[in-house]
Design a protein around this ligand. Structure first.
Ligand code: VG1
Ligand code: CO
Length: 549
């Protein structure tokens, strides 16, 4: 391996806990601040990617950016020095260190980069006592597949040195190019690639007309990185009124909130949308701008419904006018999308939780639209979920149909029926108790068929395994599923993005042909029956979920 002459090797010892989860390595910020912790992980990625990319890095480009959370600025300087010491030909970094997750996904292929390093813990809170994260995205713009993340981890367990330069910090506040050792470093406009990609998808003239006609959008950026993107697209390009974007300034601690767009953390938006003179559409994005929440006037749109409705109306968006190659959803996501796919005669793929599984399908031309119940929706325009894209889809649907949000959703239920869906999270559980609970449940699965469950019967119960139709890789233990004989479904799995203890997610879905029954009355008996079946109280000492979305 040839390294630049000024590269300084630093001796280090492996950390045993650098195991990437659903979406990169996510830990408490103070863990990342330990000596050599960040450096070890970055060097491990470089070592694996050097092997992968066959040959040196000297003709290669790496992109670096993040959601602006605390420790981003420090981490970016560390990574710039290390990437230069590891011999990268060119480094691109978003101005002030900003790049949203979808913007990174847009920039990597457009700039023919080898990959990108994203500094974000997404919707997790930020600050010295909160969370930090690092994610590596590959040449297609999407998150590294499990085959690679597994190797990153293996590499962290045997690492003995990393490489850096002894150079001062670079000014990343201004667009321009400098050199670091032998490496060219360019500070780029974090908006440019992304905005150009979005402009290639939607009918901007139609949306400008919508806003000219008095349409009102209220967008909550939750002090994450979506603010500058939203101001550029909604206010400056589409002519939405100034003030359409609020909490638009990225802050290191997101103003002390969880930048998580759901009914619990974005309660303020829900409240504003409940007012008598509320805007026509409300939306929010998470810290790194890949998640979205959609709200109508006094009306919350469940993410599974949003995904199905976008698929149903895809024809009103220029990029999707010629039809969909296929659609995909993560396994716990509601089956609303399945019914639309059936009607449209397009193939539906069911993948494990996490965006990394959609990329292969898209690269192979098997999937155009996809999404998850966790407020993530996207398409093959980039290989990440994309919060603003989802808002643009809704604007397009409303412009095209002339309907209100509530009416769009209720018309969808009338046509397709409704999946009453709820997710309940039990956070920070004791790991031993929770693991034992799942082991016992796993043993019970084969014998569950025929047993009673609330007022219905269990048809079958299993554990989800996924075989990737493109590369044949198999991911096991991706969630326990209990299918009920009225077409309902219960799913449970552990979160792979948490940073303290274990988080149990319980997903409840009941299908009914009619759409206007009260959600709670339908899901509550199922939640109780699931808790009894799993013995959540006995093993985890909990009766109630911490977050219900
Ligand atoms: C959660 C969600 C999953 C999502 C992932 C990353 O993972 O459930 O659907 O893809 O977060 O989203 P888990 O393993 O905690 O359930 V993000 O916006 O945090 O990058
Ligand atoms: Co996110």
């Amino acid at each position: 391996m040839e390294l630049p002459g000024n590269a300084v090797p630093i001796k280090t010892n492996p950390y045993s806990d650098q195991h990437p989860g659903t979406s990169g390595l996510r830990k408490k910020t103070r863990i990342f601040m330990q000596p050599h912790y960040l450096e070890n992980y970055i060097q491990s990625i470089f070592n694996v990617m050097r092997e992968e990319s066959k040959g040196g890095f000297e003709k290669r480009t790496l992109i670096i950016g993040g959601d602006g959370r605390f420790y981003n600025r420090t981490a970016i300087q560390v990574i710039l020095r290390m990437a230069a010491a590891n011999g990268f030909g060119r480094l691109l970094v978003g101005r002030d260190g900003y790049l949203s997750t979808p913007a990174m996904a847009a920039a990597i292929p457009r700039r023919s980069a080898l990959g990108g390093l994203l500094l974000t813990a997404s919707h997790n809170p930020g600050g010295i006592d909160a969370d930090f994260g690092v994610k590596y995205n590959t040449g297609n713009g999407g998150p590294a597949p499990e085959r690679l993340t597994g190797r990153f981890h293996t590499e962290t367990t045997k690492l003995s040195q990393y490489f850096t330069l002894q150079t001062p910090d670079l000014d990343i506040g201004r667009i321009g190019t400098t050199v670091l050792g032998k490496t060219e470093v360019s500070v780029i406009d974090p908006l440019q690639d992304y905005v150009e990609v979005i402009q290639g998808i939607f009918d901007f003239e139609a949306l400008r007309r919508l806003f000219r006609g008095g349409f009102r959008l209220l967008f909550d950026a939750m002090h994450g990185v979506s603010g500058p993107y939203a101001e550029e697209i909604f206010e400056r390009t589409l002519g939405a009124a100034p003030g359409t974007v609020y909490r638009g300034e990225p802050l290191e601690d997101f103003g002390g909130h969880h930048p998580d767009p759901n009914q619990v953390q974005a309660a303020d938006l829900i409240r504003r949308m409940g007012a008598a003179d509320a805007p026509d559409l409300g939306a929010a994005c998470d810290g790194d701008a890949d998640r979205n929440m959609i709200v109508g006037r006094g009306f919350f749109v469940s993410p599974g419904d949003s995904l199905a409705i976008i698929a149903q109306h895809a024809g009103c968006i220029p990029r999707y006018r010629d039809g969909l190659a296929g659609v995909a959803r993560s396994m716990p996501t509601s089956t609303a999308l399945d019914r639309v796919a059936r009607k449209m005669r397009v193939r539906l793929h069911e993948t494990p939780t996490g965006w990394k599984f959609f990329g292969n399908l898209m690269d192979a031309g098997l999937c155009t639209l996809c999404g998850e119940e966790s407020f993530g929706t996207g398409s093959d325009h980039v290989r990440e979920k994309d919060g603003l894209w989802a808002v643009m889809c809704w604007l397009s649907i409303l412009a095209h149909t002339g309907k209100r949000v509530e009416q769009v959703v209720k018309d969808h239920w009338r046509l397709f029926g409704r999946s009453y869906f709820q997710r309940r999270d039990f956070e920070a559980l004791d790991s031993a108790g929770a693991t034992h609970m799942i082991e016992i449940l796993r043993e019970k699965l084969p014998g569950l068929a025929g047993a009673g469950f609330a007022d219905v019967r269990i048809e079958k119960a299993d554990e989800f395994s996924y075989e990737d139709p493109v590369d044949g890789s198999v991911s096991r233990r991706q969630g326990i599923r209990v299918f009920l004989d009225d077409g309902s479904r219960i799913v449970c799995r552990f979160s792979g993005t948490g940073t303290s203890g274990v988080t149990l997610r319980l997903y409840l879905e009941r299908y009914r042909a009619e759409g206007d029954l009260p959600l709670d009355t339908l899901v509550e008996p199922f939640a109780r029956a699931a808790s009894e079946l799993m013995k959540v109280r006995e093993f985890c000492g909990r009766d109630r979920a911490d977050v219900v979305t």
